[in-house]
Design a protein around this ligand. Sequence first.
Ligand SMILES: [Zn+2]
Ligand SMILES: [Zn+2]
Length: 111
Amino acid sequence: MNSKLTSKNVPKMGITRKDPIFTDEDRIAEAQRQAACICARPKTTIHCLRCGNLSFGRKFRTCSTHPNIVYLYDLRTCAVCLGPAKDMEELPIDFETYQKLTRVGAPHSTR
Ligand SMILES: [Zn+2]
Ligand SMILES: [Zn+2]
């Protein structure tokens, strides 16, 4: 095991009983589990790699911390070409920029 994080004063050997108190290692593991939780992730701009459509929302993903929780509004398919979520990429673009992109950024605007 990698002892980098627990190098100080946690004796590995000699624990004979099940201690209900979290060790440092348990706490770190729990913190990492919570940090891996994506349930509360913000909406972002979703870019479809198939058709190039931009939409704003959350790409469907299973939370590794809460694998049984499903959010109905998460995007499972592209609204335009119905491509799967694996063909959609999440861009770090906020709603304001997304609106600008979809309003002005159309490559073939007719006028
Ligand atoms: Zn979660
Ligand atoms: Zn698409």
